[in-house]
Write a protein of this length. Sequence first.
Length: 737
Amino acid sequence: MAARSITGVHATIGTRSFSMPTGGAPMQVPMRHVEFLRLMSLGSCSIHSSHVASLSFKHIIHATTIEVPEGEAATGQLLEKSVNTIRFLAIDAVEKANSGHVGMPMGCAPMGHILYDEVMRYNPKNPYWFNRDRFVLSSGHGCMLQYALLHLAGYNSISEQDLKHFSQWGSRTPGHPENFVTPGVEVTTGPLGQGIANAVGLALAEKHLAARFNKPDIEIVDHYTYVILGDGCQMEGISNEVCSLAGHWGLGKLVAFYDDNHISVDGDIEIAFTEDVSARFEALGWHTLWIKNGNTGYDDLREAIKEAKAVTDKPTLIKVTTTIGFASPNKTNSYRAHGSALGTKEVEATRQNLGWPYEPFFVPEDVNCHWSRHMPRGAALEVDWDAKFAEYEKKYPEDAATLKSIISGELPPGWADVLPKYTPEGPEAATRNLSQQCLNALAEVLPCFLGGSADVASSSMTLIKTYGNFQKDTPEERNVCFGVREHGMGGICNGMALHSPGLIPYCATYFVFSDYMRAAMRISALSEAGVIYMTHDSIGVGENGPTHQPIEHLMNFRTMPNILMLRPADGNGTAGAYKVAVLNRKRPSVLALSRQKLPHLPGTSVEGVEKGGYIISDNSTGNKPDIIVLSTGSELQIAAKAADELRKEGKSVRVVSLVSWELFEEQSDEYKESVLPESVTSRISIEAGCTLGWQKYVGAKGKIIGIDRFGANAPSGKIFKEYGITVESIITASRRL
């Protein structure tokens, strides 16, 4: 079924096509030179001090009337002026920076105005109010749209000075939205498609929390997720992955606006993208609408949003046909308006075209008066919700306490005590199985610990046994079935993690298939989203062969900033890795886990893992061993066995578990010296991965045992032997030191 069209027709003005509501008068675009306007007298409404600038221009025109409507929505000239204010804040910022994407904000300004001014619930003075509506700009290159809206709405994070420093060093207005820089920005977007994935994660979180905490008499979790995505997002595969899941899960409080402007960096999208997007979304289980008049069809936008909110059992895609670079006389509807500043002459021509007589970055007083209502309104919304929560707390104290901890991120007292403890006498076990024991123990004490895998739950051992599957009709459950969608899984988990500090998502696949979701994992690290990733590591995967055996992956993630790469060797190491991962809420963790069974080693500990690197055995004195053997994961047992053999030869040997390079580097110099004394240069490392990077720890005189070629098909024991990941290799290397 085709998307239902919201009424609208196209009109042509000169050589430029603009959209008009049916029956509407043609838009007047006066082509005359205008002087900049400064309002000589200020009205009685409270305005941002940043909007009041010096009266330094030669030509000053006195304002005679200021239109400030009594109702909620701006209408008539004020509406047009507000939308054009958004456009010109974007134009001016990009022009001053000589960098950025101005065309999208010019075309999407009506959408942005309606959402931020009429629809969304938020408190500008508390961007982190729990029950706010979430907005995601998946078309992150158009970030000046969001910055302009945050500025008008009264967010302290975006002053006029911030707009003037768009995309500059130290600015709170970076070239793509960054949640860790700009309060009011929910997630970090830029790589196309990541934003819509994050939005699905945010909507999933809302649905899950609403199902768990809402009561027949009190709806305490009730907010929407709105997202704007463009043609580029639609082309990226991740968007199809996550939108398929959103339809499957029936995320009724997810509303996506598709900026259908038909322009990409290389030209008209007809060169590469001709599918019927609305039909595809219908097939994915979405409700779809089409606004043909996205440039001035304000009532169409309002009607579409109203209809979207009335459809509660599925997400809604609102296709909005817009004009990129709207009203730019020479660059509108062209790739030339996409990824660069308009240029001085074109900015002036656009000002004339829209009759905009104001100097750069100026917000007209009536526009400012209108938008200023959002500060008291937002504060009132939060006060009302707080009162509702107080009532909720009286009636449902246990649920209220749990929800509070999810909102604050406060962990329950003694939560880590539930992690299993292991002894060397215990049976050998694959660390993936030990991971499941830890995961299930944590699920009983962490109030919002949930996640799943990319269709390998039975292999990666990610099933929480006491809960069912999160589905459309069972959203209160905690096992999330992502299907074979690694990239989408990572992006969704980022949104979940950034919804609330106490929501801890995890996801799993084979380590080698982290390649499919590395872009999302990088955004995890950049946006400080504490997702826990669990994986199958190394040639120990065995018979699956080289396509499934990671070689370069450990070092790949060790080089990525703000991510913890953890490779535990046994039960206590795995428990320690989970403790570290849960505690690090502002950086993701990757747990590389074995498929093959491993022994529980003497000397491993949770406390040691927390330091990243530590001694598990040592027969030396005075911090002067003859040899130091460093290892991680499944090879630590090999290092321990080799050390025993070398000790029989009379050597003093220290075995070090370097489970997390990142954590080890964060320790004091004194601690690192106590583990790896500089005076001891006879060092050997062994790890079933690429050798690059180990030079840092073994030094120029040390020996590195690793793998710098792809894996092979064979049982894991055979592959380890053929690739020289053995006790014998360590002993041989020791004799060459």
